[in-house]
Design a protein around this ligand. Sequence first.
Ligand code: PEP
Ligand code: MG
Length: 887
Amino acid sequence: MTQYVYRFGGGVSDGGKGDKNLLGGKGANLDGMASIGLPVPPGFTITTEMCTRYYEDGQVFPDSLKAEVANGIAHIEGVTGKKFGVAADPLLVSVRSGARASMPGMMDTVLNLGLNDETVVGLAAISGDDRFAWDSYRRFIQMYSDVVLELDHGAFEEALEIAKEDKGFTLDTELSAADWQALVKQYKAIVQDQWGKPFPQDVHEQLWGAVGAVFGSWQSERAKVYRRLNDIPADWGTAVNVQAMVFGNMGDTSATGVAFTRDPSKGDRAYYGEFLINAQGEDVVAGIRTPQYLTKVAREAAGAKPLSMEEAMPEVYGQLAKVFDLLETHYRDMQDIEFTVERGHLWMLQTRSGKRTAKAALKIAVDMASEGLITEEEAVARVDPSALDQLLHPTLDPNAPRDVIAKGLPASPGAASGIAVFDSDTAEHRAELGEAVILVRTETSPEDIHGMHAAKGILTARGGMTSHAAVVARGMGRPCVSGVGSLAIDAKAKSFRVAGREVREGDIITIDGSTGEVMVGEVATVEPELAGDFGVLMEWADKVRRLKVRANAETPLDCKVARSFGAEGVGLCRTEHMFFDAARITAVRQMILAEDEKGRRAALDKLLPEQRGDFAQIFEIMAGLPVTIRLLDPPLHEFLPHAEEEFSEVAEAAGVGIEALKRRAAELHEFNPMLGHRGCRLGVTYPEIYEMQARAIFEAAVEVAEKSGAAPIPEVMVPLVATRRELELMKDVIDRTAKAVFAEKGRTLDYLVGTMIELPRAALKAAEIAEVGEFFSFGTNDLTQTTLGVSRDDAGRFLTTYVDKGIYARDPFVSLDIEGVGELIELAAERGRKTRPGIKLGICGEHGGDPASIAFCEQTGLDYVSASPYRVPIARLAAAQAALKKG
Ligand code: PEP
Ligand code: MG
């Protein structure tokens, strides 16, 4: 017969072996604490398997459970010497839920169970405290009526309020024993009235009611929502813990508290917590009384008067400190603890791994490995890579007040304050004057690069997580909040309105790119610390990681940042970003608007030395490492002039008339530019563009190799390829150019020509494409866009609803749609390898910096991931964890 009840405490353990799956987290740890000799009130756990069976059987308990529970109660009676339901010395118990994964506050608890009209009198006599006994009884009726009988709790609160008002009291503590006794009478009348039956006096009926309610709460709406949000399967079930009550509210030698074995905010090795004298656990949480500090040091640091536990109860505190150390050694992690002191006697009520900030997680992991408590690999596995984001950027001071006016997507982490400006030229201009600016745009385009660069942060009304603003901001390490739909921007008037407020140019605003919040006024920030623990953990991560980590970077500054964060090369250099430089844009426009090849070549000749110079700088910074340079990708019209003077500048440079230029510009208009004349389609139609870029790459590579001796490893990448033939044509242009340059310079260099896989057709035809391409880099931004048929620039408007409704578990532009897009990647990798064994495979979409997507890349056996510079450390840690998991 299956055993459903496991006893713990008083020297008895039924040997659940700390199995959280069976006993739930709370039950497993209560048994664990009791087993290492800690003072745990005796009790028993009804297993999660019972919960599952309870639902399978149509919410009834098997007969065999009765005897098991009776045996459990007898165990508690035996240890405590009290008797359940017997007035002379009544046993009271708590009934609490405890799922496998902690679900704080989601499910039900009943305290003081076992009180009735007779036992309350016994409790009063035995405790010598009438007030305590009647207060306990009324708390029990209130809780039981709410949780088990599901009566309207408002009626109970109202009765209490009226009782206080009648007496002219404000605090519960002012009520006397007689007052509580009178209130119990009223509470019972409310139960009779609402439930149609008297409040249950049979303590066994009370117990079974509570057990049923805890199991029932597993299927409550809020529990279901919590499970969905936290990926907790519905069939796990919860356990029920029945345990002897201990009381922290039995006078001034009693207390209750919560504690962490280390500081959960900074990670310091110092006990941390709060306690209240003469109180029950719920009083600490409810915040009616201000709790006191645990340690003297903490009290003094806070300048608080009321004595710390260390000072007020030195003996019990000494015991507690020993317990903290024992628990850390036993569980090998920082613990979050609940305890009660009943008339000078310490009782442990709960322990679990404590939640902590990113900073604390890092420090605790490194410290514990240094203390020999855990291994380096365990330390690496313990820190959530995404949480590193918080550490790499300045963040808002959590203690500073903030006036939030809107919320958008947390597009690029970090926080920034500055004056609102509404166009990029003004942003640049005012930044040059030394002002901190926040660039506010409906959406950004490549023309805003200089403004974005000059700005401390970027705020847009439109665009999703892979919109231009988001991608570029992450690349630059600028905080960005995108897709704030409620923002009504009037760029002409240089102002925006939101929630009845108006912000004009020059007004100070603050954005938090980690939460998506937009605030009025300046909010203080705190700077990141990158040395110390951070560096140590990264070193340990690198020891176990298999995937290489490169950066998406195109400016020397980005490349330097990427190197300092440990990037092992460039995985994506988007050359178009170099075209927008103010010094070059006129030549670029001349190229685009040229009527023929001759005109284009004239413009390209002007661009060649500029590009060569850029590449040379990147090669120098990335000496000896691979650098993937992608040839021109975006639709040409993105570079077109708009203003009259821009047209005349181009006309002058090209020596043609303005009207002809305007006609040509109109011709270039596209209805669907994402699927238009972009990517290698530009190279196919105007090979001289790619030829110029290839020449710039090879000339720069030879120059750097000669100068520094460390030969760069160029990987020339062709974007948006769908067919083998496209790549073949482009490879031909690149190879011919390489040959010519090497002949001119009298020196050759190794290089690769490969392609992005960012269209479903390319993934399907990977076997053929690999006949030509020497490497694949998965461009998962476009591959997601084209596989899902969802525009990456417009997705922000509806994807949140999609995620809310569970259509996609997460934004597929942030975390790879492994089921769909992932299948195409697997298929392309397999087909590519078949043709070209060992073909180099990487990923350079935004997913290259997302931990879940990186785990997928490890599974698929890719060679590297490429992420924006500020995400490089996250990718290093995530890659290490993925390798550890794979084993
Ligand atoms: C991609 O499509 O994933 C990619 C990296 O290219 P881009 O974002 O520049 O289109
Ligand atoms: Mg792309």
